[in-house]
Design a binder for this molecule. Structure first.
Ligand code: ADP
Ligand code: MG
Length: 462
């Protein structure tokens, strides 16, 4: 149904608008009277509602031969079934949660698009040509990592093997891994390069075990010249994956093949990882990427705007850079919204528009900062249970994460002190004050613990 609807809509509106507003949307459920569509974020939903809801209704009615309600769900919030029953008031009756008693049939979510590379020899490289060295902005925060990556790209398996890239979420690790791969394949089309996320590696492995295809699994890695493994922290606690990765690592390393891995923490901070793997990671070069300073963030904004053939003024760049703390993915996300919003409303990119967009963006972001989500994220990060956070346990490995979680709740939610206490197993509000004070002190220092707090915040913000 949605597919047919899209075909018709595509004929009715400009291709660029179709791409912007309809390609990211997909259906997730349908019952007798309602079609639920997944949209990337709330800002997107608003634009779609304001400009295309009528068209969607008309088209659906035309195809289904009856009126259908449409509701929206913001991506990533599937479990919460965010359908905004109140919408914006302009379209009463729309956006209400699936009513009626027809059962809801799930519609398969389309598989994530695979990144294909033109060169047939490298079809299996999974490299994204978008991430190149020339689109990477160098600043004091990433200079070293960038230089290390370039050295590896120019001379694979020469000096820095393995190269271990370390950095918090959204700081450019994935970008650099692809850049290495892209440069190597451009200069040496015969070399076999493969990018893979550790998660994908794990999924492949499980599939192969299940289908009794381990020999083929190993065969996929053995002939590679360059292996780029993203987010290796994912294999922590997964014994069989670690074992297999160790095997893959060794067989490549012995034949002097280049290995690059990225991680959101240093090898020594990786818990639940085998010692022999950790020491392999430490045996090469470790290069870190730090959060960018204001100037670097602005330079990134100019560069990204340029890629979209747009200009942004210094005050807009400064405003956005100042308001997005450290995550470059987020910085880019905000810029894209600014650009989309401007072109859509046919306005110039100025401070007024930037402020409007940022406000929406913050609302979208804050939905991650619920007390439950904060607790979950902190517990996951420190490898403890949410129930530990709520317990009375006093050991350091639990009390510190608990104080951090309370601090984040206090700083980033509207919840009152007693309310926060209640969510932590009924603690007194003075405990919350104490925790907040203690962690506030740490946040001002440049300590390792502060690094962890920033990381948790980054995860929550991403
Ligand atoms: P990570 O893998 O560390 O989470 P990514 O590599 O996915 O981060 O980066 C997030 C986004 O930010 C990407 O779109 C990337 O192109 C962009 N980005 C990060 N660092 C830079 C940089 N120094 N210059 C240009 N773009 C960057
Ligand atoms: Mg990444």
């Amino acid at each position: 149904l949605w597919k047919n609807c899209l075909d018709l809509i595509e004929q009715k509106i400009l291709p660029e608008n179709f791409n912007t507003w309809f390609t990211p949307v997909y259906p997730c459920a349908k019952n007798e009277n309602t079609l639920t569509l997944v949209v990337p974020n709330r800002f997107f939903e608003r634009c779609l509602r304001e400009n295309y809801l009528e068209l969607i209704h008309e088209t659906l009615e035309h195809i289904a031969d009856k009126k259908l309600e449409v509701c929206f769900q913001v991506n990533g919030n599937a479990s919460k079934a965010e359908t905004h029953s109140n919408g914006n008031g302009a379209h009463p009756g729309n956006g209400s949660t699936a009513k009626g008693n027809g059962h809801v049939e799930p519609v398969a979510e389309p598989a994530a698009p695979r990144v294909e590379v033109g060169d047939p020899a490298n079809r299996e490289s999974f490299l994204n040509p978008k991430y190149a060295f020339n689109s990477f902005v160098i600043g004091p925060n990433n200079q070293f990592a960038h230089a290390a990556c370039q050295a590896v790209a120019q001379n694979p398996a020469h000096n820095y093997n393995p190269l271990f890239l370390y950095g918090a979420v959204g700081l450019g690790k994935t970008h650099l891994l692809h850049a290495i791969g892209n440069q190597i394949t451009a200069h040496n089309p015969n070399l076999r390069v493969r990018y893979i996320s550790a998660e994908r590696f794990t999924v492949d492995l499980i599939e192969s075990i299940k289908r009794d295809k381990m020999a083929q699994f190993r065969e996929r890695y053995r002939p590679l010249d360059v292996l780029l493994v993203d987010d290796i922290q994912f294999i922590a606690g997964k014994e069989r994956t670690q074992e297999e990765f160790f095997y893959t690592f060794n067989s490549l390393y012995e034949y002097h093949k280049q290995i690059v891995v990225s991680s959101d923490r240093y090898p020594k901070d990786m818990k639940n990882i085998e010692e022999r793997l950790r020491s392999r990671f430490e045996s090469g070069l470790i290069a870190d990427i730090m959060p960018p300073d204001l100037e670097t963030k602005m330079a990134i904004l100019y560069k990204k705007a340029d890629l979209h053939e747009k200009n942004i003024s210094q005050d807009v760049a400064m405003f956005l850079a100042n308001n997005i703390k450290s995550n470059i993915r987020e910085l880019e996300g905000v810029l894209l919204r600014v650009i989309a919003y401007a072109s859509f409303t046919r306005r110039n990119i100025d401070m007024t528009l930037a402020k409007e967009v940022l406000k929406d963006f913050t609302v979208d972001k804050n939905k991650n900062f619920s007390i439950a989500n904060i607790q979950k994220t902190v517990a996951q990060y420190f490898h403890i249970k949410v129930s530990d956070l709520k317990s009375k346990k006093r050991s350091r490995d639990i009390s510190i994460p608990r104080q951090i979680a309370m601090y984040i709740c206090r700083e980033y939610t509207q919840a009152s002190l007693p309310e926060i206490g209640k969510h932590f197993g009924g603690k007194d509000h003075t405990t919350v004050i104490f925790s907040h004070r203690k962690i506030s002190g740490i946040v001002k220092e440049n300590s390792e613990l502060n690094g962890s707090i920033q990381q948790v915040l980054n995860i929550l913000e991403s």
